[in-house]
Design a protein around this ligand. Structure first.
Ligand SMILES: Cc1ncc(C[n+]2csc(CCOP(=O)(O)OP(=O)(O)O)c2C)c(N)n1
Ligand SMILES: [Mg+2]
Length: 514
């Protein structure tokens, strides 16, 4: 058995059964091994940003890593923007990156580069296998490293000779340390904050945004008279009817400051202190009031469920009922296509157990509020601000959950970064309904231009924010990649197309002028 096969067998034994791939010559032995090993589903992406974004979406839904297969430094480099988003989401990802054979490196061949250097900024663990007999063990370590702490990106670099030389066979899985329990001191501090009588916020992020943990947070808040909010950008929120409602800290700094102005204590659960997305002239970087005390109760890597159970016990919240969102959908709208009417259409028709992927940036702002009382669903966001993840994220989520309808809310400019994901959706017949918000602009940047104080923009500046000349035709772009698509110029058409698409298998794309 060669090193590549020993690695594939080790990955499968370690619970990694899906690989998003864009291979090259140095990964051919890994690719060849896939046919000899049962249990690894391999999904081709036509750009590495699709591969890494799909691996992120997959792991957000399964809580276990997918592998990526990437081609040397340049392939890994193409994947980095979405690995950045995965890193910010604390998503476990195992990158397998081929490199030149060890004896070939000294010749500085065209594809030679510092692969470890490319990997390091987005990876919590980086290793280059030294020989074929180490590959399996390194692979098992990579899986464990991706799951360590709060979850992260582990990158294993495989020189081609470590893949083709003889190995010692697969390695046993490396055990992952259990998540640490919060200390009794942290618990006492959180209890005293909640009993301080001062206006207190419980900020829940990461793993605290699952239905069960949010119920505990809601019980605690109801008992102590505290508020509950989530950060602005979130990896995965379980929400909708039958679950606690989670409002988020506003993106716009002025609105966030106002929203949090009365808060004097914050108990952090699964997240860090909230900060403004960007600095703006004359505005603060921190959105909590300066006099607010921050209590880091449960860190993202801690055992969040245990922490909230103990906190609920300590404040006597076990018997308190959580605030549960009842089922309530908006009426089907009529009239013009606007952010609000699009929101109402999705809110009225979102199927039970859907996964919503939101990279709608500006135009999709009506959907989150309109789906508060929709049947239970998951909500996945852009976590690292690096646009171009929506279509890949939806692709990975659909691979992870083939029985669940996926709805991608996709802004047009961001969608163009990684639109090749549509081809993968067609090839794998994934249940993804994509709504493209086709405003033919980087509309949010027009607002940002003013927010940063760049006044009186000229023609050249405004041209950098305008996506017309030529107009993108998303119906043709999708059809060219095998995804059926249609344009909805009226709300009635959108109701018709969206209602049908979420009920039938396979991908479909709807372009809306908004
Ligand atoms: C990788 C990356 N490049 C550039 C940006 C800067 N950026 C932020 S928003 C945006 C435009 C988004 O346009 P679109 O997706 O159409 O959304 P809209 O603003 O029109 O709602 C850009 C280019 C970014 N956030 N990430
Ligand atoms: Mg746009």
């Amino acid at each position: 058995m060669n090193g590549a096969e020993s690695l594939v067998r080790t990955l499968v034994a370690s619970g990694v059964d899906t690989c998003f791939a864009n291979p090259g010559t140095s990964e051919m032995h890994f690719v060849a091994a896939l046919d000899r090993v049962a249990g690894m589903r391999c999904v081709l992406g036509l750009f590495e940003g699709v591969v890494s974004g799909a691996a992120d979406g997959y792991a957000r839904m399964t809580d276990k890593p997918a592998a990526t297969l990437l081609h040397l430094g340049p392939g890994l480099g193409n994947a980095l923007a979405n690995l950045h988003n995965a890193r910010k989401a604390n998503t476990p990802v195992v990158n397998i990156v081929g490199d030149h054979a060890t004896h070939h490196r000294r010749y500085d061949a065209p594809l030679t580069s510092d692969v470890e250097g490319v990997a390091r900024p987005m990876s919590s663990w980086v290793k280059t296998s030294m020989d074929a007999r180490s590959v399996a063990r390194d692979g098992a370590e990579a899986v464990a490293a991706s799951l360590a702490g709060a979850g992260g990106v582990a990158t294993l670099i495989l020189p081609a000779d470590t893949a083709w030389n003889e190995s010692d066979g697969p390695a046993a899985p490396v055990p992952v340390a259990a998540r640490p329990k919060v200390s009794d001191d942290a618990l006492r501090e959180a209890v005293s904050a909640l009993r301080s009588g001062e206006p207190t916020l419980i900020l829940v992020g990461g793993r605290a945004q699952r239905a069960r943990t949010m119920e505990l947070a809601s019980r605690i808040a109801e008992t102590c008279g505290a508020r509950v909010l989530g950060p602005t950008s979130n990896a995965r929120i379980e929400r909708g009817a039958g679950r606690p409602r989670l409002d988020r800290i506003f993106y716009v700094v002025g609105r966030a400051l106002e929203q949090l102005s009365d808060i004097r204590r914050v108990v952090l659960v699964g997240t860090l202190e909230p900060v403004a997305f960007f600095a703006y002239p004359g505005k603060p970087s921190l959105v909590l009031p300066p006099e607010c005390q921050v209590h880091a109760f449960a860190k993202p890597e801690d055992d969040i469920l245990d922490a909230l159970e103990r906190l609920a016990d300590a404040v006597g919240a076990t018997a308190t009922s959580p605030l549960i969102q009842p089922l309530s959908r908006p009426d089907l709208p009529s009239g013009a296509i606007t952010p609000e009417t699009i929101g109402a259409v999705v809110g009225a028709l979102l199927p039970e157990n859907a996964i919503v992927v939101d990279e709608s940036i500006n135009a999709g702002r009506g959907v989150y509020p309109a789906t508060i009382g929709a049947p239970a669903h998951d909500w996945l966001q852009l976590t690292g601000g690096s646009i171009g993840i929506g279509l890949p994220l939806a692709t990975g989520a659909a691979v992870a959950c083939p029985d669940r309808p996926v709805v991608a809310l996709q802004a047009d400019g961001s969608g163009m970064y990684t639109l090749q994901a549509l081809w993968t959706q067609a090839r794998e017949n994934l249940n993804v309904t994509t709504i493209i918000f086709s405003n033919r602009a980087y509309a949010s940047l027009e607002t940002e231009l003013h927010n940063v104080g760049a006044t009186n923009p000229g023609r050249t500046a405004l041209d950098m924010l305008d996506l017309s000349r030529p107009d993108l035709d998303w119906v043709k772009l999708a059809e060219g990649m095998g995804v059926e698509a249609a344009r909805a110029d009226t709300v009635e058409k959108l109701i018709d197309l969206f209602g049908q698409s979420v009920k039938r298998p396979g991908p479909f794309l709807i372009e809306v002028p908004c």
